[in-house]
Design a protein around this ligand. Structure first.
Ligand code: FAD
Ligand code: SIN
Length: 533
């Protein structure tokens, strides 16, 4: 890298975070060539399926230079809600950045061609939805409940128009290359590109810096809202390169996936508009568990449904939106109206069955507030990153925002030359012994172990059983399955090390051990420095 900025950057992942980083970098550093890699189609990602929207406190007029505050909301309130949802483990500095730079992030999306829904009653102002644990209606959306599709369409079009961005589709990154002969000033080897597989052919792509924007790992669990590509590759790539990871025990389950094969999401925005969780007899049960009822924080609602079903599976959990009316549901939630109909439900007349499903990994590759990881030249943005903004439980609709805000900050850091890799306090972890295990396994078997023992409700004995099962699995030659196995082992290790319950990590055998003052976040790194395996 040069003092004037980097000349060539590989970005791995084409969800909201990767697209935003690519576009922002090209704006800030037109001399910099970007290689944007996606393991399937450019438009396929978790981002594409986002429904509810993007949380942001923005002025009414898109072109207003006024402070980014609406009449009923403030950046301070968004910060307070994010910290409260994070159950005491969110990093206040990172949260200030996330919420304080939200309006700027939204402006950059608009500049790239994203058009948000506008209010039906207040001409020119954006439509603002409400979601659980937000103290104000501040969720901006597109196409009613098609936010991700709209976002991806606009940003991929902008990327395709830019001749300085080379797009490589159906290309799987299998390794971060580390510079062998030039230990960086920071004392660790520098990321110098990636190894990829395309059509069965392997090759290396060299660059001055690598940005991981690889999204989440919902495929660790049997019931998930995430598409098949969400296999935790970025955490595995970074781990093998020697980067620090953190908060891996915190995996968010969304309370309301439709209880059909594939677990499609029913947005929290539906409860934000007044829908309620009821049992088979039509009784509202969330107030038995939390004073905020249906709009309690997401970890609370998922846990309550899981406990409610564990007590008596036949009592069932349903989302009742019938009182909102057919016309309103069709207008505000066109995608969900079509989706429920496709599965044989008329949600305007009958409550629909719901069940919690794995949705979002709060933990990930530890970064500073500019996306720098502990490996020089290696950056991480979006869901794969652990910036500290989510703590033990992410506030709804803060994830797309994280990709937008920290993608732009990462681009700025790269345009400024990259900077120095941060050092984090880590516990070193040796998983090498498990590399000699011999039992073959399938994705379904791994998902069953994780769902049974490391999901919404955990126990010490269950986690130990999961650890033993996972330790017996042979490292697979299929890169995605190998990445899932590594992520599963790391998650279970981190969960076993956290005593008590906190946010999305709930121990049935230690429910109240540390509810008010949770132990601080833990970071881990591999015992040996990153090597070419
Ligand atoms: P992704 O969008 O997941 O993109 C990851 C990219 O990395 C993909 O292009 C993938 O192909 C690529 N990739 C991964 N591994 C490799 C590899 N080894 N080689 C090459 N490419 C690779 N959040 C909100 O804030 N608001 C919402 O309304 C909302 N709704 C959601 C609804 C659903 C159904 C889901 C699943 C999630 C939702 N979320 C929402 C969460 C949010 O969508 C994601 O956290 C966010 O989009 C992640 O963006 P990302 O760019 O980090 O990753
Ligand atoms: C939803 O629409 O409920 C998903 C929002 C999110 O995951 O942030």
């Amino acid at each position: 890298m040069t003092a004037g900025g980097v000349r060539r950057v590989v970005i791995v992942g084409s969800g909201g975070a990767g697209l935003q980083t690519a576009l922002a970098l090209r704006r800030l550093a037109p001399h910099c060539a970007v290689v944007l890699i996606s393991k399937t189609a450019l438009a396929e990602s978790n981002t594409r399926y986002a429904q509810g929207g993007i949380a942001a406190v923005v002025p009414d007029a898109a072109d207003s230079g006024a402070a980014a505050e609406g009449p009923h909301d403030s950046v301070a309130a968004h910060i307070a809600d994010t910290l409260a949802a994070g159950a005491g483990l969110a990093d206040p500095e990172a949260v200030d950045v996330l919420c304080g730079e939200a309006a700027q992030g939204i402006a950059s999306l608009r500049a790239a061609g994203v058009v948000f829904d506008t209010s039906a009653t207040d001409a020119g102002a954006p439509a603002r939805g409400r979601e659980a644990a937000h103290s104000a209606a501040r969720i901006l959306h597109l196409g009613g409940d098609a936010t991700g599709a709209g976002l991806v369409a606009a940003l991929t079009a902008a990327v395709r128009r830019d001749p300085g961005i080379e797009v490589l589709e159906d290309t799987l990154v299998t390794r971060v290359l580390l510079d062998d002969d030039a230990p960086a000033l920071e004392g660790a080897r520098r990321a110098s590109g990636v190894a990829v597989l395309h059509g069965g052919v392997a090759r290396d792509i060299h660059s001055d810096a690598v940005v991981l924007a690889t999204g989440g790992a919902g495929q660790l669990f049997a019931a998930t809202t995430n598409p098949r590509i969400a296999t935790g590759d970025g955490v595995a790539l970074a781990w093998r390169a020697g980067a620090a990871v953190a908060d891996l025990e915190f995996f968010q389950f969304h309370p309301t996936s439709l209880d059909v094969p594939g677990n499609p999401l029913i947005s929290e925005a539906v409860r934000g508009e007044g829908a309620r969780l009821v049992d088979a007899g039509g009784r509202r049960f969330m107030t038995d568990y939390h004073p905020d009822g249906d709009l309690a924080p997401r970890d609370v609602v998922s846990r309550s449904i899981a406990q409610h079903l564990a007590r008596d599976r036949r009592s069932g959990a349903y989302l009742d939106a019938t009182h909102l009316g057919r016309a309103f549901l069709a207008r505000r939630f066109p995608t969900l109206t079509a989706l429920t109909a496709q599965h044989g439900f008329d949600w305007s007349s009958t409550p629909v069955p719901v069940v919690p499903a794995a949705h979002y990994w709060m933990g990930g590759v530890r970064t500073d507030t500019s996306g720098r990881t502990s490996v020089p030249g290696l950056f991480a943005v979006g869901e794969v990153a652990r910036t500290g903004v989510h703590g033990a439980n992410r506030l709804a609709s803060n994830s797309l925002l994280e990709g937008v805000v920290f993608g732009a900050r990462c681009a700025q850091a790269l345009a400024d030359g990259g900077g120095t890799a941060p050092r984090f306090d880590v516990e070193h972890l040796d998983l090498e012994a498990e590399e000699t295990a011999t039992q073959p396994f399938t994705r379904g078997e791994l998902q069953a172990v994780m769902s049974d023992h490391a999901g919404v409700l955990r126990t010490g004995a269950g986690l130990e059983l999961a650890r033993k099962n996972l330790a017996s699995y042979s490292p697979d030659t299929d890169p995605e399955l190998a990445d899932l196995l590594l992520c599963a082992r790391l998650l279970v290790h981190a969960a076993s090390r956290r005593a008590g319950s906190c946010g999305a990590h709930h121990r049935l055998d230690q429910p109240d051990a540390a509810p008010r003052a949770p132990a601080p976040s833990r970071s881990y790194a591999r015992a040996t420095e990153g090597t070419h395996p």
